[in-house]
Design a protein around this ligand. Structure first.
Ligand SMILES: *Cc1c(COP(=O)(O)O)cnc(C)c1O
Length: 468
């Protein structure tokens, strides 16, 4: 088969498989059921001399990956911070694939450019960030950090008369980066990618709640010999801790430092009147990152980079060459993104924001936070369980104590990992473990729009059964 008939048959097969997958979310095991050996046996065929019919390729792909896909699309997946996909976002993402636009510059897809322009405006407004900020639609918070910190690197070195884009880092004054000791590892990786080196990272002590201590920051900022970037966070990965932006951001600004925020999921707190207080003062910072594939529930991969100083953002990213028409009539994405050719990932973001509306975004944040708190409390009340941390957003930690007489911390750690494994094996719900301040804990994270009261009840029941 050639041309549109083959296209249509393959897509129709994909649609049938997709419908079956979505219908099965409530009864299929959340954990995977196939071993790596099984998956390799099915998938690692020798590459044949002759190709196959497209529909057959799709049928085989579905059959061979059976049991090897994690149920992160269900409402009973609470591990890591993953999120699901809204119907309009999934559908828009399919169309993005079918349209196959190269969203690198406006000339390759005017619609993709304008959709990003519009969605960027909606997002700045939704988050209450400075309206003059520029926005990059990247693959995730990891690359959003790279993008924002490249802008920061440009700005703090330019303040010292150093053009980093032209001269590179050799010979420049070393940049110093002050960070929360409980930050996400993607911050360090972005710093490495940018050639600033992990030795440039200065971790600052935090209070009991996980926020950087103002005295610690003031003391560090008193040394003005080096250009400085401060990285704060909105939503630390275990307890969704927030730095005190209102206090810290003005200190950094006064000292001439650039303040960047890791808001991978915590930035969304600003969309809800119930949770906005957690992130008060964040608008005083200079750059912000977040994910759309987590809280906004669009398919992977989708992250967002926001930069107050659009000129610094553009200086760090832009590139031009004679074969590309970049006329400035609309957004040329390569002015704001590290990629050259790229997926038109703005379509799914644009769709999700319209499906939810302002109220729907806020309501999703409120609902998932309510479910996370109910899970922490419900599991924490079970015999042998202990609440380690609750949060005012969507994360929490519990721990399971060994019933053995004279049990040690190590026994409790082992018991915690064993209970997590047992819940996951049941297929009823899926959680992850973490070592938090020296203790093994079960992490509870809710950011899937599908999670409902029934899912919470099933997960608590699964924990009860695992403890019995
Ligand atoms: C998920 C996460 C990241 C990394 O985001 P990616 O989208 O995976 O690149 C960074 N920081 C925090 C707090 C996160 O939760």
């Amino acid at each position: 088969m050639l041309g549109t008939a083959a296209d249509r048959t393959a897509l129709a097969r994909a649609f049938a498989h997709a419908s079956a997958w979505l219908k099965g979310l409530d009864h299929r095991a959340v954990a995977t059921t196939a071993s790596l050996a099984e998956l390799r046996m099915r998938l690692a065929r020798p590459l044949a001399e002759n190709g196959l019919d497209p529909s057959e390729v799709i049928d085989r792909l579905v059959a061979d990956t059976e049991g090897g896909l994690l149920g992160s699309q269900t409402g009973r997946f609470f591990s890591w911070v993953i999120g699901g996909s809204l119907p309009s976002a999934m559908a828009a993402d399919w169309l993005t694939t079918v349209w196959d636009q190269n969203a690198g510059i406006r000339a390759c897809s005017p619609a993709a450019s304008v959709v990003e322009e519009v969605a960027a405006g909606w997002l700045l407004d939704l988050f209450g960030l400075p309206p003059e900020s520029s926005v990059g639609f990247v693959t995730g918070t990891q690359m959003a950090h790279v993008t924002c910190l490249a802008a920061a690197r440009h700005a703090v070195l330019s303040d010292r008369g150093w053009d980093v884009e032209r001269r590179g880092l050799s010979g420049s004054v070393p940049v110093r980066i002050l960070v929360n000791i409980e930050r996400h590892v993607s911050v360090d990786r972005a710093i490495r990618f940018l050639g600033l080196g992990s030795d440039s990272i200065v971790p600052l002590p935090v209070d009991e709640e996980g926020g950087i201590l103002a005295e610690g920051l003031s003391k560090a900022l008193a040394d003005t010999s080096q250009p400085t970037i401060v990285v704060l966070q909105a939503g630390e990965l275990n307890r969704a801790a927030f730095d005190d932006f209102q206090t810290l951001a003005p200190l950094a600004r006064e000292a001439g430092a650039w303040t960047h925020v890791d808001g991978a999921f915590g930035l969304w707190a600003r969309t809800s009147p119930v949770h906005a207080e957690l992130a008060q003062g964040m608008e005083l910072c200079d750059s912000w990152t977040t994910d759309a594939h987590k809280y906004l529930n669009v398919p992977y991969d989708s992250g967002l980079a926001f930069v107050r100083d659009a000129a610094a953002h553009r200086a760090a990213m832009t590139v031009s060459t004679s074969y590309l028409p970049q006329d400035g009539a609309a957004r040329d994405q390569l002015d704001w993104n590290p990629e050259f050719s790229r997926r038109a990932r703005g379509f799914a973001v644009y769709a999700a924001l319209q499906e939810l509306g302002r109220r729907g975004v806020a309501e999703m944040v409120e609902r998932t936070s309510h479910h996370a708190q109910a899970l922490v409390a419900g599991i924490g009340r079970l015999p042998g369980a202990q609440v380690v941390a609750t949060s005012r957003l969507n994360q929490g930690l519990v721990r399971f104590l060994s019933p053995a007489p004279g049990a040690t911390q190590d026994d409790h750690d082992r018991r915690t990992d064993a209970v997590i494994a047992s819940i996951n094996r049941s297929g009823e719900a899926f959680f992850g473990g973490v070592t938090f301040r020296g203790q093994r804990c079960m992490r509870i994270s809710v950011c899937n729009w599908r999670t409902g009261d029934a899912d919470v009840r099933r997960a608590i029941d699964a924990a009860r059964a695992a403890l019995a």
